[in-house]
Structures are given as C-alpha cells and as structure tokens.
Design a protein around this ligand. Sequence first.
Ligand code: HEM
Ligand SMILES: [Cu+2]
Length: 559
Amino acid sequence: MTYVDDFPGEARVVRTAFAIAFASIGLGGALGVLQALFRTGYSRSLFSSVDYYSILTAHGVLMALVFTTFFIVGLFTWGVTRSLDTGFRDLRFTWGWLGLMTLGTVLAFVTILGGIVGFIPTHAAVLYTFYAPLEASPTFYLGLALLVVGSWGAGVDYVLALLDWRAEHPDERIPLQTFMAVATMLLWVVCTLGVAVEVVVFLLPWSLGLIPRVDPLLTRTLFWYFGHAVVYFWLLPAYFVWYTIFPKLSGGRLFSDPLARVVFVLFLVLSTPVGVHHQYGDPGLSQGLKFVQMTSTYFILLPSLLTAFTVVASMEHGARQRGGKGLLKWLRALPWENPSFSGIALAGLAFAASGFGGMVNAGLNVNALVHNTMWVPGHFHLTVGTAVALTFMAITYWLLPQLTGKRLRLRTLAAVQPYLWFVGMVFMSNAMHRVGLAGVPRRTSEPQYEQVLFNTPIATMGELHLQTVGGAFILFASLLCFLAVVLSTWLGERGAEPLAVNGHIPEALSGPEHSPRILDDFRVWVALTFLLLLIAYGPPLAAMVQNGLFAPGSAPIPV
Ligand code: HEM
Ligand SMILES: [Cu+2]
C-alpha cells in the first residue's frame, strides 16, 4: 500500500502544500535570474534601480519563507502520519491552517508587487529581513504574520496526532520522524515568538500610523532572535530527510537513532540564544554580549558535525551492503543515477563547504571583513539555497509517486537536475563569495560604485560577474527540469504502471531503545531552552526596554 491509499485526505494536504512551494520556487528563481543580470551590469535596462529592492524582497520572501515553510509543513504532515500510522484528528482544522498560510502569502506577495506595478497602492521594499527603519505597508506584515500563525497550526496537528498515538502506545518510544517533526516545530514556535512581538507590537502599529516611531535596535534584536533560529527551521527538515530516508536510498539503514535524537534536542536548545551574531556590526550592543553569543554560536557546530558523521557512516554502510569495497571505492557502489540519492549527497557536499564559510561569518573579528558583502548571499545560497532546497527537490522525486499513486515521469531530466543545480551553484556561489571578499556590497542595485575599484586577488570582476550570471542561468535551467518532472508526473495517469518506489523505511542499526527516556520528554528541553534564552537575551532586552519602548535608540549596554 502506498501512502496515498492509506491516508488519502492527508496526501491531498501534502500535495497542496507542495504545489504552493513549487510555484513559489519557480517564480522566485525567475526573479533570482533578473537580480543576477541586473546587479552584474549585464542588463540594467530590465527595470528601474528602485524596483530592485522590491524584486529582492519578493525573491527572498518567496524562497526563504514561502517555499521552505510550505514544503516543511507538507513533509512533516507526511512524516508524522506515516510514522505514527494515524491520520490527523480533523482535516477541517488542517485545511484551516493551510488556508491561513495561503491567504497570508497572497497578501504579502500582492503587497510587494504593489511596489513594482502602479495600480496597487502598497509597497514592501524592505528585503526579507524586516525591521526598522525600513517600513512596509501594513498588509505585508499582516500577511507574514498569517503565514507564521498558520504554520503553528501544523505544529498543533502534529502534537495532537502524537497525543492520540501516545494514548494507544503508552510505553513505546516516539517514532523518530515524529520526534524530529515535533522538535523542529517547538524550535519554530520558540523563535517566531520574537518576530511575532516585533510585528504585532511594533511594526504593524507603526506602519498603520498608530505609533509615531519604533526603536530600530529593539526591532532588529527581536528580528534576529528569530532570524538565526529560522535557519534551523529550514535545515532540520533536511536533516530529517538525511537521517530517516537517505540511509535507505543508499542501500542501508540509519547508523544510530539515539544520536539523531540528541542532535535534534541540541538544536532545539542551542539555536535561538545566538541571534546576536547577526548584529556584530550594530551599535548599542556591548562587545561582551557579542562575544558571549559568538561562543554559543560555535557550540551549534557540534550537532552539525555529529550529523556529518552519522549520515556519512550510514551512507557508507549502505554502500557496503551494495557490495562496495575499499577505503573510498565504496563511493562508486552508490546509486548516483537516482536523483533522490544524488540530490541529497550533493546537498550534503554543498553544506560541508558552506560550514567553513559559516565559521568565518560567526567570528566576531573576521565577520567585519565579510559583513554585508556579497559573501553572505554566497554563503546562504549554499546552505538554504542548496543544502535545504536541493534536498527538498530530491526527496520530492521519492515522495511524489507515494503522494499521487503515479509513477515518476521524465526520469532522465530528473537524473540530471541535481547535478545541474550543484554546478550552477558552484559557479554562482563561488563568484558571490569572491566578489564579497573584494568588498562588493550585498542587496543593492548599485554595486558598481564607479569611483571605487574592487580588487580581486585572482580573476577579474568581469569574469566573476560572468560566473554569477552563468551560474544563475544553469540554476534556472535546473529549476525548469524539476518543475517539468513534477508537472508531468502529476498530470500522468494513475495506476498505469506499478510505482517504482517503496515507502518502507528500515529500522536503525542502533534503535531508540538505546537512548535514555528523558530524550523524549520535550518539557525538559523546552524549559532548558527558555533558561538559556533568558541568559542570552534577558540583559540586552531589559536595557533596551528601560530606555523607553519606542525610543529611537538605546544606550550601549555595558557587560
Ligand atoms: C535560480 C536560483 C537562484 C538564483 C539565480 C538566485 C540569485 C540571487 C541573487 C542574484 C540575489 C541578490 C543578491 C543581492 O543583491 O545581494 C539573491 C538573494 C537572495 N536569495 Fe537567491 N537565488 C536563487 C535561489 C535561491 C534559493 C533556492 C533561496 C532559498 C531557498 C534563495 C534565497 C535568497 C535570499 C533570502 C536572498 C535575499 C538576500 C539578502 O537579503 O541579502 N535564493 N538570490
Ligand atoms: Cu545566524
């Protein structure tokens, strides 16, 4: 039996969420190409410089907020109901939160569009990182708030399903996929509290004209309280795929279930109290506070390194099950022609590379070199733009037949798609990193600064611009392949041929019985999270509030 036969209602929810995610990555990708053409000077007559900021906002919101969130709630809906083997309590509630998310997305998108076309009287050229002093129309903030609140509804559904399952299985360990989904949603709720306060208490009343001004430092701090942890909200669902499905695709089983649980708990606890590492350049926050948060930032390297170990070990185990031998020759025994496998393996490789850049960004002193240069988009197109996005595309090839009951079509296009994405990103991201080192600023339509000469140690600026644009076109070609495969599979006939995938996921080599029970007690971990948050954010927020809630700047906080 495939998933769609067992859970037809939930399968429709997942398909709908995925459809919105894919529409959003398609449109976002087209805008990405426009940005690349514009800012490298290849085509500066496409639109006006001023519109660049609205286009960038649309690209960032569609890719980083809409594509990711819709895909994630769909993926987890599949994972939770599959691993618990129970449906959701009431699908009307489920459609309710999905509808809310969709409404919010439309509202935010139309608001951004208003900045480009004349006949909609709105604007939101605030980039996808929204804080004062940049101001958008109220419908932008309202839309994003609905998107977030809707996604909380998904978390409620997962927890309710877990409680129903718990009533029938009082002594069993939480199935790994559900454990991961719930841990990730807890992280999401904890971190979105910051942005919820920012939007509801400050930005929305301000853009409605109800309050005359807000404190930029306070809104930035609330934003970044959310803005770092959100990257783990994107990444953990990719880890969910790497831990629970990838070992099977490699031909084997997960190495250690307990280690996977430890990793997710570490992320829940450690990922929010580090947001100040995005504010190294901000005045008003003390050097001591920045130093403390730099140290805790380096702690989150630990669960990623554990992941690298476990996932590669599971992959090697799979390769050896398939007859792979030797120190490294086993790599050849892996199914590189299977796009689900190759996509995830390449995503992992990009992620390993981006880890080094991440360590650079996190360093309080080295950060000054790359801060707000093109290095930063170079970094996150490898992380969220490849490690996450490519994993999501790759696993779609495996999930779609189970969600539709239809066999995957255009397999050759599917097989080349991950490689195209990887190559495109190697070009674009490499060039972005390097022009960043030369000092070219990020997110501006005027990066050319004619009176300033950018010096590159190797290659010329012209070559790097060509790499950026070339990479962008390869990426877009890859996206078109992906969308073609998805669309033709979706429109294909059901039951014409047997499905080529089987959704069974084997047990881990070391199962959940080897982990202490306290790992499954989320109350403990959420309490610890709040304790760390109090230590990390209590003093700076208290100082800012003391200075007056709406004061346009706070005195520096001594530590
Ligand atoms: C076809 C593929 C893509 C292309 C060609 C592309 C290209 C670009 C370019 C040229 C910029 C502007 C950089 C600047 O002016 O500073 C940008 C920004 C951005 N991209 Fe992409 N991108 C692609 C895919 C993605 C994906 C898959 C994601 C995330 C899932 C993503 C997330 C972002 C974000 C969040 C920004 C805003 C950056 C900021 O505010 O600094 N992009 N992209
Ligand atoms: Cu960060």
